[in-house]
Design a protein around this ligand. Structure first.
Ligand code: NAP
Length: 292
């Protein structure tokens, strides 16, 4: 009988609990779970998310993998609590949306970056939070980005790749810096725009009356403004340079559209909209091919 990999998930929210549930269901790991809310690991047992609840991280002795699934600015505190495990780990990883800050946090606590450390980020998620939002299929047909460091051990990368593949994810690798630039453009900026638009409309309308008249366009664009404020607070404070850079480019392009409307420059509007439609159609094709 093969011995299952022992995986400790710290932070049993949407991402941590979904990962735990997926690897448990796939039968590839024995999953221990910890959350700062002491009621959560019990709920995770009841809902078949984990095999074993951990009440106190200092009591954990033998695990192969630790997955830190907490908001980015909580990572340093978690590393403090699991530092006694690091020397014997095969893999230390995380799921945070900003990789540069996670690497700085781990280095800040441990001094050196251990060879078992391989940062990661699943490109899947949603607006819900908490253990009861866990879905074993959350990562299926989605990418999981690993950002191995110069000294990350090949064995750590291999084990982690196996776990995420067992969740149905496609595992890809890139550098920490590239990850933070790409995600600033494709995820962080859209969330900022959604938060900002919904806030503007909510403040302008008496009793939010205006939302009664909103239809599909507003629903599609604004969905992500329901995301967790703590998580996004952490992302913008820790991926500052990359988000500011893409935000400034966007502001400049947006002011060109403002001028085009002001000066009735239909050609410019049509050019931008046509180019954007073609890019969006291409993105739809990519999405559809991923589902096959
Ligand atoms: P979530 O549903 O709010 O889950 C986070 C969990 O961690 C919560 O149960 C939270 O408890 C707990 N927690 C917070 N600080 C902790 C600490 N110091 N020690 C132990 N547990 C702690 O959030 P999530 O969406 O799963 O996000 C987790 C991570 O995944 C974040 O780093 C985020 O950037 C990343 N991520 C999120 C998405 C997404 O779409 N949601 C996608 C990809 C990556 P409380 O409820 O008490 O705060």
């Amino acid at each position: 009988m093969s011995v299952k990999t022992r995986v400790l998930v710290v932070g049993l929210g949407l991402i941590g609990a979904s990962f735990a549930k997926a690897i448990k269901q796939a039968g590839v790991a024995y999953v221990l779970g910890y959350d700062r809310d002491p009621a959560v690991p019990g709920l995770a047992i009841d809902t078949q998310v984990i095999d074993e609840a951990v009440a106190d991280l200092s009591s954990v002795t033998s695990v192969d993998v630790v997955v830190m699934a907490v908001p980015v600015m909580a990572i340093a505190g978690v590393v403090e609590q699991i530092r006694h495990l690091v020397a014997d780990l095969t893999v230390l990883t995380d799921v945070g949306s900003v990789k540069g800050e996670v690497v700085r946090s781990v280095a800040g606590v441990l001094g050196d970056l251990p060879a078992c450390f391989v940062p990661g980020h699943p490109i899947a998620g949603g607006e819900k939070s908490g253990v009861l939002a866990a879905e074993a299929d959350l990562f299926k047909h989605h990418m999981h980005i690993l950002t191995p460091l110069d000294n990350s051990s090949p064995a750590a990368v291999e084990l982690l790749t196996g776990l995420w593949t067992a969740c149905g994810a496609e595992v890809v690798a890139m550098t920490v810096q590239r990850h933070d630039e790409v995600l600033a453009a494709t995820s962080h900026l859209p969330h900022l725009l959604a938060f900002s638009l919904v806030d503007t409309l909510a403040r302008e309308s008496e009793n939010r009356e205006i939302f009664k008249y909103a239809a599909g366009g507003f629903r599609d664009f604004s969905r992500i403004a329901a995301s967790d404020p703590t998580m996004w607070h952490d992302i913008f404070l820790t991926n500052r340079d990359a988000t500011l850079s893409i935000l400034r480019r966007f502001q400049s392009d947006l002011s060109l559209l403002e001028q085009a409307i002001e000066h009735a420059d239909g050609d410019l509007l049509r050019t931008v909209f046509t180019r954007a439609k073609s890019a969006r159609d291409y993105f739809t094709e990519i999405l559809e091919s991923r589902q096959k």
